[in-house]
Ligand binder design. Structure first.
Ligand code: RNT
Ligand code: ZN
Length: 422
């Protein structure tokens, strides 16, 4: 168990060291209130959802690997897991739901039939906890997605089916935002693409644009819901062409003032999402982030504190983009304890933000403007060995959540007491 006095002592020393650089650690901790992370619900059960008791992720070019015991098998278990996760996280979270996680009461409710009543339980749950919700249409794991095309399908019945689904999901998101008093981001990601070289790229993109226009024909107040569209480079089984590419959606978002969703697993490995934030925000009001960890491809590994995530956090912090960047997570790992995956990944993202807040940004900009580029690089290197962990531990202590390695034991106990008994 972390020793409280030691954590405080270490923090006091760290505070002095950062003060010498002109960084106010107390202010950095305070600013963490503005860093609200939306927890993706789908790590609880490997993107299965509860349309049927044995629902599984299917198609769509995304994949879950692993069969670690203890996954949530129903909504009460899912809520229990999410409550455990949140009890181990400092700061405030939102919950990001997918449409397949409705409470369908054992009935067959198809995607073009869902309504807010299937999500009222979630809204009430979120309300009790003072949390916001975000939402996603689910355009995969469905027979009508098996052809590899949904909103961009040339089969009119299929296309209309998915238009109806997305339109309903937006209405549900608006109702969530209205009841909870905090705007829900509704994100549209579709798997559409082709394994081999297609001929009619243009035909499918024309249809996607038409479908988005139809699905988004109703305008909701932005205090209730905000639309995001998520691009992708390629998926498994859709290697040759993705209909909803970055160029496509960035264009769509700018033209229609929608949010562009940047998932850092969805670009060429040498591209950096951190670099895209300030580029996109010149032309759209807000962006949505899907923070993830691609390993060689869009593998959705648990987020860790790497250079990619640090740059993303720094770009938000340096530019005060807290109100323009919505932070969501997107990973699913079934090979390790799922609660552990959430806690590691969310804490890694939070650590990246706190780390970014402990930077003397104004000083660094001065160095840059004076072309003191040796000094700028030296400072960036020196910052890496500052006692950042002491500030993080103190932040956890202040939030009354496990400090340092203490969360490991908690998760082991939860596994023994709850997960292994499922
Ligand atoms: C898929 C997208 C998408 C999904 C979730 C489950 O490549 O990243 O965001 O991961 O909707
Ligand atoms: Zn994503």
């Amino acid at each position: 168990m972390a020793n409280k006095e030691q954590v405080i002592k270490a923090y006091e020393l760290a505070k002095e060291q950062y003060a010498q650089l002109g960084v106010d650690t107390d202010a950095a901790i305070k600013k963490m209130d503005d860093v609200v992370i939306s927890l993706h619900c789908w790590q609880t059960d490997d993107v299965g959802g509860f349309e049927t008791p044995d629902a599984e992720l299917g198609g769509g070019g995304i994949q879950v690997t692993g069969n670690y015991p203890g996954k949530a098998k129903n909504i009460p278990q899912m809520r229990q897991d999410l409550e455990k996760v949140m009890a181990l996280l400092p700061g405030k979270q939102r919950l990001n739901l997918h449409a397949i996680y409705g409470e369908f009461g054992g009935e067959k409710v198809d995607r073009n039939e869902i309504t807010v009543e299937h999500f009222q339980g979630w809204i009430d749950w979120a309300k009790e906890r003072g949390m916001g919700l975000d939402f996603n249409a689910t355009c995969f794991s469905h027979p009508k997605a098996d052809s590899g095309f949904t909103l961009s399908s040339k089969d009119e019945e299929t296309r209309k089916f998915w238009v109806e689904h997305v339109a309903r999901c937006r209405a549900i998101a608006a109702e969530m935002g209205k009841q909870l008093g905090t705007s829900a981001v509704h994100n549209t990601w579709i798997p559409d693409g082709s394994k081999d070289t297609p001929i009619d790229r243009n035909g499918h993109r024309t249809l996607l644009k038409k479908s988005l226009d139809e699905a988004m024909s109703i305008d909701y107040p932005k205090e209730q819901m905000k639309d995001a569209v998520e691009s992708k480079l390629f998926g498994i089984g859709a290697e040759a062409m993705t209909v909803g590419s970055h160029d496509f959606y960035l264009g769509y978002a700018i033209k229609n003032n929608k949010l562009i969703c940047l998932d850092n697993g969805h670009f060429h490995p040498t591209e950096e999402v951190g670099d895209k934030i300030s580029a996109c925000l010149q032309f759209v009001d807000e962006v949505l982030l899907h923070v993830t960890r691609p390993v060689r491809w869009d593998s959705d590994h648990v987020v860790t504190l790497n250079e990619e995530v640090k740059l993303i956090a720094s770009e938000v912090v340096r530019n005060n983009f807290y109100n323009r960047v919505n932070i969501g997570l997107d990973f699913f790992d079934a090979s390790i304890n799922r609660i552990g995956a959430y806690v590691i990944g969310t804490r890694a993202a939070q650590i990246a933000f706190l780390n970014a807040l402990l930077e003397p940004t104004e000083e660094l900009i001065k160095l840059e403007e004076n072309e003191n580029n040796f000094e700028r690089l030296a400072m960036l290197e020196l910052l890496k060995s500052k006692p950042f962990g002491a500030v993080w531990d103190y932040y956890c202590l202040k939030n009354d959540v496990p400090v340092g390695e203490d969360y490991i034991k908690e998760i082991q106990n939860y596994e023994k007491e709850v997960l292994r008994k499922r």
